[in-house]
Design a protein around this ligand. Structure first.
Ligand code: CTP
Length: 500
């Protein structure tokens, strides 16, 4: 992060992309003011790669320009085309906005496919009605426009007009907040959040991505306004949730969501994991915090999005399976299968995809205890083969999840698990090298059995096939057709099945 850039340094930074001067010139030509705003400016100071550029255009008082954002976008495109640049203009007249896409980029010539995209919008003053996200929009000043933004760190603007090129406008001490690592709304947070409740999710998302603290007053407003999240579409909520998931430490976001009460509203199944119950002085662990630890562990192992989801959901069946059994203690029997069954409804409610990605999460939730059970007992060939067979190509992810699940505070116990776990991994590698069990098929088919013994489809055929499979998986015979056939003949004789 570098919050000490002077206006001259900012101007130099902008100069990396020639588009900014061209936008300033287009605005100057029309007597309008243009400012780059929002995420692009924030990311300059955070030294993150900047993405799409948002420009606010202001008509000075008394200037007759209608839809000033569109006017500057058009002037810019005309200029680019006069210089034989590729440029595309999309106008959204109803919103007074326009988008320009051009081949003009910071690193010219390096990447044929690189484009710069700029959104233009007139400065707006918005007011919202209580039960809708649709604002009543009027033309406004730059100040009006910045006032109605979500967070102080997102309410920064840099002037692009030639006379003041590079001048920073920071009405709400956004730079100080950035330095202090503080998430705060520009206006009274009750107004900011009530105007657009998605901003509650954004506040937590930015706090998570940037590892910032949420200012006390802003946080109190999250608690007060949380019910308003109901007017936000679930697609937008899951967008934010996925961004939290992909942050370097997603658990922070879930702790904040829980702390302000949003979690129960958007993801009740996860919220239900929180808390500890005690019977006869015996407490079970808090499954919410355990889950977050597991999530952090898979993140450390470099997990992509849906492996992170599998970690978040691996114990989701625990609240429903929880029992106190006298003489035994707390049990969570079948929580993995209950969890597996809960996944589709959770994905549907959250608007996550209901395709192979969901099936992958279900599979990992269902199998997440298997490697540890194997590691806890004697690590036999057949158990590892069975696991390989069921997990298929997701075996490595399953192992990552399962290892992440070992969060015991008892050092010795943890070490014992990890040692056994290493053994499971070695055996897996060994077996995978010896025979490809991911795509294993029985060398003897049911048809061959029926033909050899002149049988119709019946129980004996299935049993013989199973016996062959067990013999191979338990390494009693090699995984070849010849060995399997010899074993089949012997086994048939033993079972009194005669070739007639
Ligand atoms: N903004 C806002 N309220 C919202 C969404 C956006 O005030 N609900 C404002 C913020 O000033 C934000 C800008 O619009 O910086 C652009 O929004 P967007 O492109 O959605 O997000 P970025 O801040 O650029 O960040 P990201 O791309 O990570 O979402």
């Amino acid at each position: 992060m570098n919050t000490y850039l002077t206006d001259e340094e900012l101007a130099l930074h902008l100069d990396r992309n020639p588009i900014f001067h061209l936008i300033g010139d287009a605005a100057d030509g029309l007597g309008l003011e243009a400012y780059v705003v929002g995420g692009y400016v924030r990311d300059i100071f955070l030294e993150r790669p900047s993405k799409d550029i948002d420009v606010v255009v202001v008509a000075p008082q008394g200037h007759p320009q209608d839809a000033p954002g569109i006017a500057v976008a058009k002037a810019l495109v005309n200029h680019l085309k006069s210089e034989h640049r590729k440029a595309w203009l999309s106008v959204f007249r109803n919103f007074g906005t326009a988008q320009v896409k051009t081949s003009l980029t910071p690193q010219e010539g390096e990447d044929e496919e690189a484009f710069t995209e700029v959104e233009f919008v007139g400065a707006r003053r918005e007011s919202y009605s209580h039960d809708s996200r649709k604002p009543i929009v009027e033309d406004g000043t730059l100040e009006d426009d910045l006032d109605r933004r979500d967070l102080t760190i997102n309410a920064l603007a840099i002037c692009l007009n030639r006379d003041s090129y590079g001048q920073l406008i920071d009405r709400f001490d956004g730079l100080d907040d950035m330095e202090d690592g503080l998430i705060r709304t520009p206006l009274d947070p009750d107004i900011t959040f009530s105007d657009d409740p998605l901003r509650m999710m954004r506040a937590i998302r930015f706090a998570t991505q940037l590892n910032f603290q949420i200012d006390e007053e802003t946080f109190a407003a999250l608690e007060r306004n949380r019910e308003r999240i109901s007017i936000i579409s679930r697609e937008r909520v899951i967008d934010e949730l996925n961004k939290i998931m992909m942050a370097p430490h997603p658990s922070k976001g879930f702790v904040e969501l829980s702390r302000c009460g949003l979690l129960t509203l958007i993801f009740p199944e996860l919220a239900a994991m929180e808390g500890v119950e005690t019977v006869n002085g015996r407490a079970h662990k808090d499954n919410f915090y355990h889950t977050l630890e597991v999530l952090e562990n898979v993140v450390r192992a470099g997990a992509p999005l849906y492996l992170r989801w599998a970690a978040l959901l691996h114990d989701i069946g625990k609240p429903r399976s929880k029992r106190w059994e006298p003489g035994v203690g707390w049990t969570f029997h079948n929580h993995n299968f209950i969890g597996e069954k809960m996944v589709p409804a959770i994905f549907r409610n959250l608007k996550l995809p209901l395709d192979d990605r969901m099936k992958y999460v279900q599979k990992l939730v269902s199998l997440h205890m298997r490697p540890i059970v194997i590691a806890d007992e004697e690590v036999t060939d057949s158990a590892v083969r069975r696991l390989l067979f069921e997990a298929g190509e997701d075996i490595d992810d399953l192992m990552t999840l399962c290892e992440a699940d070992i969060t015991s505070k008892n050092r010795e116990k943890k070490q014992r698990f990890l040692d056994n776990f290493r053994l499971v991994r070695e055996k897996l590698k060994d077996l995978q090298e010896r025979d490809n069990y991911r795509t294993w098929t029985n060398p003897v088919t049911g048809e061959e059995i029926m033909e050899t013994f002149h049988l119709k489809p019946c129980r004996e055929v299935g049993e013989l096939k199973q016996a062959i499979k067990d013999a191979i998986w338990e390494s009693r015979i090699p995984n070849t057709h010849q060995a399997a056939r010899e074993f089949m003949m012997e086994e048939a004789r033993r079972r009194g099945i005669i070739v007639n």
